[in-house]
Design a protein. Structure first.
Length: 113
């Protein structure tokens, strides 16, 4: 009878998880997803550049759509260890194999002047 009670108590306590130690928090890594593209690199991308030139600067796009082959999407988000989230999106549109325009979260070089 004592063995059965001890086993039952052990199972109940095992389901409670790891005990918390006051003042100590578990390690939370920084999480990053997508292509990180800095404003400095985006400033180098100009209309008229070929797909190869853009890919050289920005890397392979995160999203390409077979129904919209002339659009490349670069998406990036990062969650810091304190829970803050940073997110950026940039869409590039090509016409006849060259960059026609850009849309998204970036500062155009003309706006910085």
């Amino acid at each position: 009878m004592r063995l059965a009670a001890a086993l039952a108590l052990a199972l109940v306590l095992a389901g409670c998880g790891v005990p918390r130690i006051p003042g100590i928090t578990p390690y939370k890594p920084e999480i990053q997803q997508g292509n990180y593209v800095s404003q400095d690199v985006l400033a180098q991308v100009k209309p008229g550049m070929t797909r190869e030139q853009v890919r050289f600067l920005l890397g392979t796009p995160l999203l390409t759509d077979i129904f919209h082959a002339d659009r490349w999407d670069y998406v990036y988000w990062r969650e810091t260890t304190d829970g803050k989230r940073e997110q950026r999106k940039v869409a590039l549109f090509f016409t006849n194999g060259t960059l026609a325009r850009m849309e998204g979260d970036y500062v155009s070089p003309a706006a910085g002047r």
